[in-house]
Write a protein that binds this ligand. Structure first.
Ligand code: IVH
Length: 724
């Protein structure tokens, strides 16, 4: 492959072949633009394989011409030495902190507005002051220094005057541009320091801790600590494996850029330069009485648990910069900003007992019984200790004071022990895992190399049976309205329901005989059971509660095989052909369906009238799942082997559209010999240009994905994309 077609310009007659420096620059620009689309906009426009191809081309070019390696090259994201320590960095402009409004009620916002008006000496009849309201992210503050648009240094806040040089680790964060983009003067200013928060998303944090747990390694207390640890990690290779994110919220030193007049316009400008800026923000007017700030605080508070990351409050900033300057600051806090907090997500309380809970798959979880404590907006009385090894590592014992964390929808957990003053009591018996299941008395086993203890009772165990019923009935599975835990307890403890099919044999009379069950409720439940019989294969499959088969996997399996019998009979090898199904999932499915009683459950449920639409797998392809769905391609010039009609047919079969003219909406331009103005237009718009080989590669990747995945696009779903 020649250098020129790597970055999309087929060598045509009359086109001079670019110099290596030009090729490298073009590759850098393309890769950086793709990384921005992938990490910041969440809208990748090329397959990972294509990104990798461009990346490797740049790497090869730089290996041949080391002088072409620039600091903004995506190849430089993950290269770095293990350090002995971090160099100090003196901040050109001190990094301030924010005053916290201790009053977490509405009056907190009003008090701030009143103070601002007083300090600006505004008369009572002056119009309301405008504020930018944004989130207070719970991570750590970072100063990113760009010189002429290129990231040259990243430093922690430290004491506000002097921080630490953590450039090497910050470079590994895919969301942070190595070069600013856009036509504005800011993106090429001699100096532009951008300040913001490095944080870890909750799902990334949970996954990181789960990995640590499964390896019996130390877990992180909360996303903030995990993020701070990663930023201050001396080995950049380890830092690169910790999934970090970033939001910009302000400026440090600036030279050669006319900063916008308002904070909200500044954030818009930073976003236009390719920096991640949180969309959860607003501009509101302060006023006596009902204030937009209070509304923002309340609206965000109501949705706090659903945000993908931790926040500890919201921040209000006087929007106009001239007013900010007039207000100035006291000690290290600006008078023009305030943090309005929410209830803490971590609290101290005492351990009153340690119970064992038996889960749906038989896993025994030690759970701390706690002195009730208000944390993350609710009263918590139990918190998980995950497993024996984690409990031991944390050293949790009866009577200890512990830190409890509750954030988002995640179940509360004990994250650590606060050492008691004067040391521990002389002797406290150690916690032991029971040898038999506390619910059904079956043997408890721990597989070699695993951290979890499990009850071997299976559906003989009432606890597992209850959890299995609740799992089956949940909204995302069979959606049996009204079948909650109280009722399941009664049904199982009373011996009324032992298996899933027995649910469908419940009649109004049997139900109405239960404690506190009115006729009406019994009728409603029977109706709900009846309604649930019409379902879909993914819901049914998910509802069976097969270990490691979550909702997404159930969907993939249904799409791939189309029929339950094919899934029940599929070999491990056949299962491995399904998207995202690895050996663990394949083995778990095989084990489940190798047991006659599990197949019997499926048969009985079908006999009860549970049904869904079956199809023959790949034939029922949802167009939205085709790999080129939503992509528009334009053909220009003569391709070496494909006729225009052939190319069009291939693209359409993969779900793409072929258009006659090039526009911003064009995804790819496929150019052959004697390509004309369409190619020029494509270059002007910075579109990806493919030659026939490039098109074939795109289609091959598409076909392979459809074949392997039962028609699911190759969209990257995790951090495994273009990180360089
Ligand atoms: S502005 C004007 N905006 O809070 C003062 N800080 O207590 C400069 N923080 O160290 C900070 N979200 O780490 C600002 N939207 C936000 C923020 C934010 C979180 C953190 C930041 C800072 C601390 C100040």
């Amino acid at each position: 492959m020649s250098q020129s077609d790597l970055f999309g310009a087929p060598a045509e007659a009359g086109v001079t072949v670019s110099s290596p420096a030009e090729v490298a620059a073009a590759l850098r620009e393309q890769l950086n633009a793709h990384a921005h689309r992938y990490h910041v906009l969440d809208a990748p426009s090329i397959p990972d394989a294509e990104y990798d191809r461009l990346f490797q081309a740049l790497q090869a070019l730089e290996a041949e011409h080391p002088e072409l390696r620039t600091p903004d090259s995506p190849t430089q994201r993950v290269l770095g030495q293990v350090l002995d320590g971090f160099e100090p960095v003196r901040h050109a402009v001190p990094m301030l902190s924010i005053r916290t409004e201790t009053d977490t009620e509405a009056s907190g916002a009003e008090a701030f507005d009143a103070r601002v008006r007083r300090e600006l000496a505004l008369p009572d009849d002056a119009p309301p002051v405008q504020y930018a309201a944004e989130l207070k992210f719970d991570g750590l503050a970072i100063n990113l220094r760009y010189e002429h648009g290129v990231l040259v240094q990243a430093a922690t806040r430290g004491d506000g005057e002097t921080g630490e040089n953590v450039t090497q680790n910050i470079r590994t964060i895919g969301q942070i541009p190595l070069r600013l983009q856009g036509p504005g003067a800011g993106a090429s200013a001699p100096v532009l320091e951008v300040r913001g928060e490095v944080y870890m998303r909750r799902d990334d944090f949970e996954a990181l801790n789960e990995r640590q747990r499964q390896h019996g390694a130390k877990t992180f207390v909360n996303p903030r600590n995990a993020a701070a640890g990663a930023v201050r990690q001396l080995d950049p290779a380890i830092a690169a494996q910790r999934p970090l994110s970033f939001f910009a919220y302000g400026l440090g030193e600036v030279q050669g850029w006319d900063v916008p007049d308002t904070h909200s316009a500044l954030l818009d400008a930073l976003a236009a330069m390719g920096l991640p800026v949180c969309a959860e923000r607003t501009v509101a007017e302060g006023a006596s009485g009902t204030s937009g700030l209070v509304a923002f605080h309340q609206a965000i508070g109501a949705r706090r648990d659903q945000l993908p990351f931790d926040i500890d409050g919201v921040v209000y900033k006087v929007n106009r910069r001239d007013l900010q300057e007039r207000l100035g600051f006291v000690t290290r806090e600006p008078r023009w900003a305030v943090a309005h907090k929410y209830p803490a997500q971590e609290q101290l309380t005492q351990v009153e007992g340690i119970d064992i809970q038996v889960g749906r798959t038989g896993k025994l979880t030690p759970v701390a019984r706690l002195k009730p404590v208000f944390v993350g907006g609710v009263t918590v009385t139990n918190a998980t200790l995950h497993n024996l090894f984690e409990l031991r590592r944390k050293g949790v014992r009866l009577g200890d004071t512990v830190i409890v964390r509750r954030a988002g929808d995640v179940i509360p957990e004990v994250v650590g022990v606060v050492a008691p003053e004067g040391g521990r009591p002389a002797y406290v018996p150690n916690f032991r895992m029971p040898r038999t299941c506390p619910v059904c008395d079956s043997t408890v086993l721990r597989e070699p190399g695993e951290v979890d203890h499990r009850c071997t009772g299976g559906l003989f165990c009432a606890a597992q049976r209850k959890q299995a019923l609740l799992h089956f009935a949940q909204r995302r599975a069979m959606d049996i309205e009204g079948l909650g835990d109280k009722l399941v307890d009664q049904l199982v403890d009373g011996g009324v329901v032992r298996t899933l099919p027995e649910l469908y044999k419940l009649g109004v009379a049997k139900l109405a005989a239960l404690d506190r069950m009115a006729d009406k409720s019994a009728q409603n439940l029977v109706a709900a059971l009846e309604k649930s019989k019409q379902t879909t294969l993914p819901r049914f499959l998910f509802g069976l509660g097969i270990r490691h088969v979550g909702e997404a996997t159930a969907k993939d399996l249904a799409k791939h095989f189309g029929q339950i019998d094919r899934i029940m009979d599929a070999s491990e090898a056949a299962l491995l052909a399904v998207r995202d199904v690895g050996p663990v999932v394949a083995h778990s499915l095989r084990t489940f369906f190798d047991q006659a009683h599990n197949r019997e459950v499926v048969e009985q449920l079908r006999a009860c009238g549970v049904s869904w639409l079956e199809h023959d797998g790949a034939a029922l392809v949802d167009p939205a799942t085709l790999p080129l769905h939503g992509k528009t391609l334009v053909l220009t010039g003569t391709l070496p082997t494909l006729s225009r009609d052939e190319a069009k047919a291939l693209i359409e079969a993969a779900g793409g559209k072929v258009a006659g003219s090039v526009s911003k909406k064009t995804s790819y331009v496929v150019a052959g010999e004697e390509a004309g103005s369409k190619l020029d237009k494509a270059r002007e718009l910075g579109l990806t240009v493919l030659d026939e080989a490039g098109l074939q590669a795109l289609l091959a990747a598409a076909v392979a994905t459809v074949a392997a995945a039962g028609a699911e696009p190759a969209a990257p779903q995790d951090g495994s994309g273009p990180t360089g």
